[in-house]
Design a protein around this ligand. Structure first.
Ligand SMILES: N[C@@H](CCOP(=O)(O)O)C(=O)O
Length: 389
């Protein structure tokens, strides 16, 4: 395996036990695995990094596991000022980290760059996972780069642009009747022992890609951290990755602390927000999930306890918002900040409205827009039609 010089292997997020980085299937650990690094060997400072072009997430190569990446130039997304929204919500500085600007229009590209590099290093011939749609599209794209067969199991409600682009990238798609859990069950039924799993948290590299969002935010803020980062949460991959990224920077002494994280979910599927309210360390699976925000309709998140840990350790919060407020917020961002926010990003922005009393007028709040709004243009447009527009 061609790993970076600083990569020091995989450890269990619960026990700290070490695991084989070259293994191809899910580990027998009790909890997800985390890539680790020899931080003493990472010689980063503001000047060294400033000399590198702000072009892809691979400018942070010393804190990524592989030396020869499968890449489509993911990362280096803009941090856009949402001044009008900030004024309306009383937030001093409101910024949107626009992950819709990634190659396939989702932050997931960061993690799939790593996961497909791991697949290539393991000589995998078939890769597979289940997703609400963005994941299938992104995985098909990266699998195409290394010419391996990819299977994306998706629920029938998956947006047409995702389905179409899976095929355009040369991927195989299995559309499963029902919702996301049905797609996950279908994957588990079909999974063969020689298939390489790309599933969040079974594959230890998906959240590792997401952590580079934190590096970019801190660097764009001249190596300071915002007061708050508001993150849409489904499996917990994104929020745990972002937390890990800020923690890395604090350990390296590049920033003073981690920001307070907010987990934003839809009222129709809010296992993490509910567990947080009940002061629990893990979630209970959500019965009867029902939200228009398909990317967040994950009733039994694989990273539930890690998401809750990220909230506890960052002195964070969790909140759930209505579909209507999420869509209204996404539309407002498009109209006032020029950012094509998707429904999941709208959930993060709606959470800011809900939490307006928590934020001080001089604070900086970053909301993560996870996907390009164009993937769900029909849903966003239908919200306008409800207003007679
Ligand atoms: N996948 C979602 C956002 C967050 O999901 P998580 O699984 O990382 O918690 C999206 O694409 O919008």
């Amino acid at each position: 395996m061609r790993t970076s010089d600083t990569f020091s292997g995989l450890v269990c997020t619960e026990t700290g036990d070490e695991y084989d980085a070259a293994a191809t299937g899910p580990s027998d650990a009790d909890a997800p695995l985390d890539p680790t690094y020899d931080l003493d060997a990472v010689e980063w400072d503001a000047e060294t990094l400033a000399e590198r072009p702000f072009d892809t997430m691979w400018r942070y190569r010393e804190l990524l596991p592989f030396s020869d990446p499968v890449t489509a130039n993911e990362g280096a997304t803009p941090l856009v000022a949402a001044t009008a929204l900030g004024d309306e919500t009383g937030v001093g500085t409101l910024l949107i980290k626009d992950e819709g600007r990634n190659p396939t229009g989702t932050f997931l590209d960061r993690g799939f760059s790593l996961a497909l590099t791991a697949a290539r290093e393991a000589d995998a011939e078939v890769v597979a996972h289940a997703s609400p749609g963005n994941g299938a599209q992104s995985a098909a794209s990266y699998a195409g780069l290394i010419d391996v067969r990819s299977y994306g199991f998706v629920p029938s409600r998956t947006p047409f642009p995702n389905k179409a682009m899976v095929n355009v990238h040369g991927g195989q798609m299995k559309v499963v009747g029902g919702r996301y859990p049905a797609a996950l069950s279908a994957l588990h039924e079909k999974l063969k022992s020689d298939w390489f799993t790309l599933q969040e948290f079974d594959n230890p590299y998906r959240h590792e890609g997401a952590k580079t969002i934190a590096y970019e935010v801190a660097e764009r803020l001249d190596w300071s951290v915002p007061d708050w980062v508001v993150v849409p949460v489904a499996t917990g991959e994104l929020i745990y990755g972002v937390y890990k990224g800020f923690r890395d920077l604090a350990e390296l002494g590049l920033v003073d602390d981690v920001p307070r994280l907010v987990a934003a979910q839809s009222i129709g599927c809010a296992p993490i927000a509910t567990a947080w309210e009940a002061d629990n360390d893990d979630h209970e699976a959500w019965n009867h999930p029902d939200t228009i925000v398909g990317e967040l309709e994950i009733p039994d998140p694989a990273g539930g306890s890690l998401a809750l840990r990220a909230l506890r350790e960052s002195d964070g919060l969790a909140v759930s918002v209505s579909d209507d407020d999420a869509l209204e917020s996404a539309v407002t961002a498009a109209q006032t900040a020029g950012v094509e926010v998707g429904p999941a990003g709208g959930v993060a922005l709606a959470a800011i409205w809900d939490l307006a009393d928590e934020f001080d007028a001089d604070e900086t709040v970053v909301a993560v827009n996870t996907e390009s709004g164009t993937k769900n243009a029909d849903i966003l447009r239908s919200h306008l039609m409800g207003q007679g527009i």
